[in-house]
Design a protein around this ligand. Structure first.
Ligand SMILES: CC(C)(COP(=O)(O)OP(=O)(O)OC[C@H]1O[C@@H](n2cnc3c(N)ncnc32)[C@H](O)[C@@H]1OP(=O)(O)O)[C@@H](O)C(=O)NCCC(=O)NCCS
Length: 271
C-alpha cells in the first residue's frame, strides 16, 4: 500500500534536512514519489512553510522556457499566466495568491514569505553571466545569486541533482571564470561561442548525480525520507563552493569533449 503523507510529515522531513525558523528554503520535487499526499501539491507548499516558521521564506523554481526556442519565445513570457513546466508543486506554487514570481522567461522562481519579494526582485539585473538559456537567467541580481548569498537550504523531494537548477548557476560561474581571464578584446568573441541553443554550442554541463556523490563524501548533504521518497538537502554556499572546486580540480572528468575543446582554446589565448 502506498504511504499517506500529510503536512506535518512534510514539515518534519524539511526540519530533519536542516530547515530552521526564519530560513530560506528552495526545493525541487516529484509529488508522486512520496506516495499519496493528503491535500496534494498545496500540502507540500504549506508543509514547507511550516518547516521554516516563524518568519521563513519558501521558494520553488517556476520555469516556463522549455529549451525549444521555436515553441517558446522570450517575448511571449507572461509573468502572471505562463505556466511552470517543472511539476505540479511548481505550478501550484506559481498560482498561490501569496507567491511572488521573479520576472524571467526561463529561470523564474516563485516564493512565499517575508523575503519573497527580495528574492524575486529585478531578476536579470547587474552583471550578466553566460548560460545556454540566456545571459540574464543567472545574473548577478537573480534569485539564484541570492540563494547563494543567503546560504539558503536547497532541497529535493524524490528527484536527483540532475534536476538542480543551481547546477546551471555553478556552470555559469565556471564559464565566466574562464572568460574573465581573457584579454578584454577576446572575451566577447569567445563568450558568443557559448550560444544559447543547447544542441549547437559547447556548454559545461556536468553530471549532477556524480557531483552528489562527491559532495556527500564531503559531508555536505543531509538525507531523510518522506513517505516513499528519498529527500536530501545542502546549504547553498558550501555546496556551490565545493562543486566549483571539484570542477576546477578535474575538468576532464566533468565536461564534454566539445566543452573541453572550447576551454583549450581559451587557455591557449591566456598563455
Ligand atoms: C519531472 C518531475 C516533476 C516528475 O515528477 P512527478 O511526481 O511524476 O510529477 P509531478 O510532481 O508534476 O506530480 C504529478 C504526479 O503526481 C500525481 N499526483 C496527483 N495528486 C497526487 C497526490 N495527492 N499525491 C501523490 N501524487 C499525486 C499525479 O497523478 C502525477 O502522476 P502521473 O503523471 O503518474 O499521473 C520530477 O521528477 C522532477 O524532476 N522534479 C523537479 C523538476 C525541476 O524542478 N527541474 C528543474 C530543471 S533545471
Amino acid at each position: 500500500m502506498s504511504s499517506e503523507v500529510g503536512r506535518t510529515d512534510i514539515a518534519a522531513a524539511f526540519r530533519e534536512l536542516g530547515a530552521q525558523p526564519g530560513d530560506i528554503l528552495l526545493f525541487h520535487s516529484s509529488l508522486k514519489s512520496m506516495g499519496h499526499v493528503d491535500g496534494g501539491p498545496q500540502t507540500v507548499i504549506d508543509g514547507a512553510l511550516d518547516a521554516v516558521a516563524p518568519g521563513g521564506t519558501v521558494a520553488v523554481p517556476t520555469l516556463w522556457y522549455n529549451g525549444k526556442p521555436l515553441e517558446r519565445r522570450e517575448e511571449d513570457f507572461d509573468l502572471n499566466n505562463s505556466p511552470a513546466w517543472n511539476g505540479l508543486v511548481a505550478e501550484t506554487m506559481r498560482q498561490d495568491p501569496r507567491a511572488v514570481r521573479s520576472n524571467h522567461f526561463s529561470h523564474s522562481v516563485s516564493a512565499i514569505g517575508p523575503r519573497a519579494a527580495e528574492l524575486a526582485d529585478s531578476h536579470g539585473a547587474g552583471r550578466r553571466f553566460p548560460s545556454p538559456w540566456s545571459e540574464t537567467a543567472f545574473a548577478e541580481v537573480s534569485p539564484w545569486s541570492k540563494l547563494y548569498q543567503f546560504n539558503a537550504l536547497y532541497a529535493f523531494i524524490g528527484c536527483t541533482m540532475n534536476s538542480c537548477t543551481m547546477k546551471h548557476w555553478i556552470e555559469s560561474r565556471y564559464a565566466a571564470g574562464l572568460l574573465d581571464r581573457l584579454p578584454e578584446a577576446e572575451r566577447d568573441r569567445c563568450r558568443k561561442q557559448l550560444a544559447y541553443e543547447r544542441q549547437k554550442a559547447p556548454w559545461c554541463f556536468f553530471d549532477g548525480r556524480a557531483m552528489h556523490r562527491r559532495l556527500a563524501a564531503q559531508g555536505l548533504i543531509r538525507t531523510a525520507r518522506l513517505g516513499e521518497a528519498p529527500v536530501f538537502a545542502f546549504r547553498t554556499r558550501p555546496m556551490v563552493d565545493a562543486a566549483l572546486r571539484e570542477l576546477a580540480r578535474d575538468p576532464e572528468k566533468w565536461f564534454s569533449p566539445a566543452f573541453l575543446e572550447w576551454r583549450k582554446t581559451i587557455l591557449d589565448l591566456i598563455h
